[in-house]
Design a protein around this ligand. Structure first.
Ligand SMILES: Cc1cc2nc3c(=O)[nH]c(=O)nc-3n(C[C@H](O)[C@H](O)[C@H](O)COP(=O)(O)OP(=O)(O)OC[C@H]3O[C@@H](n4cnc5c(N)ncnc54)[C@H](O)[C@@H]3O)c2cc1C
Length: 244
């Protein structure tokens, strides 16, 4: 058996499903950096603007993880991506200017986002299984691409080479999550002023109603549990205790 986890531009996917159109540009680019930002205290945030977002999160080791996304034509690159970020976000709220002031050009990673818009017919063919972005690359706006790859691996191991069962278990779930990620990306990076006004009013109303309502968007995603082995196979030896 072969497990192909060769990412969004998977050569194995192309070989198994040559008629599949492959990934498409999601319409936006991203920047990421992890740096120390001395003397600046702040709470985690993600701020949505017009066709642009910025998030900043303190890490346990004292550094800061910051990311930004903006609607742009595909394959654009700036000579200095930090200067590009300053141009786009330098007048945004604290702590964004401080993060940019602490960053060096070489700290900034930039990647266009692509996703698989048309689901594959299966995540296996013959004795070859696709896993992770090779099977179901999605926009990062739900933070689920890597998580779903890990779930794939757990479920694949559980089905012990029954690849049809692996496809049956994973294709509907990952397709639904990928579609939801596309919707959230559209909401995050909306450019239309009227749409943004409606979006922001809805978010305000939701936040007043209670933060738990936001988290409901993750129902069915974050509460996933690994499949359990059948009861009979959990017995270690006749007469011994059962594993949990
Ligand atoms: C901006 C951004 C933010 C993200 N944020 C999150 C997040 O917060 N949470 C989350 O869960 N996910 C997130 N993701 C998605 C996550 O990064 C991917 O879903 C995840 O990395 C997919 O893992 P993978 O192993 O399938 O593919 P990859 O991580 O792409 O790994 C594939 C590997 O295969 C190798 N490879 C390819 N071809 C060959 C070959 N022919 N021979 C040998 N090796 C090969 C590649 O070099 C690579 O190492 C984000 C993605 C982006 C772009």
């Amino acid at each position: 058996m072969v497990v192909a986890a060769d990412g969004i531009h998977s050569a194995v996917r192309r070989a198994l499903f040559p008629d599949h159109p492959g990934p498409v540009y999601s319409g936006f680019t991203t920047w990421r950096l992890v740096i120390p930002v001395p003397g600046v205290g702040f709470a985690s945030h993600e701020t949505w603007g017009r066709g642009r977002i910025w998030g900043t999160h303190p890490l346990k080791d004292g550094r800061v993880y910051a990311y930004a996304a903006a609607v742009t034509p595909a394959a654009g690159h700036a000579a200095d991506e930090r200067a590009e970020l300053l141009h786009r976000y330098g007048d945004w709220h604290d702590p964004i200017p401080a993060v940019l002031a602490a960053a060096r050009p070489e700290d900034v990673l930039r990647h266009d986002v692509h996703h698989i818009a048309e689901p594959l017919p299966a995540y296996h063919r013959g004795r070859v299984a696709l896993l992770g972005d090779a099977a179901h690359a999605m926009p990062p706006n739900l933070g689920q691409g890597g998580n779903q790859a890990v779930e794939d691996a757990v479920v694949l191991a559980h089905h012990n080479q029954d690849l049809a069962a692996y496809t049956a278990a994973r294709l509907p779930r990952t397709t639904a999550i990928a579609r939801q990620a596309v919707k959230v990306a559209r909401l995050n990076l909306m450019s239309n002023r009227a749409g943004i006004a409606v979006r922001d009013a809805a978010i305000l109303a939701l936040s007043k109603a209670g933060p738990a309502l936001f988290l409901r968007g993750f129902d069915g995603i974050a509460d996933w549990r690994p499949p359990q082995p059948p009861y009979a196979s959990r017995r270690t030896q006749v007469g011994e205790r059962y594993e949990r």
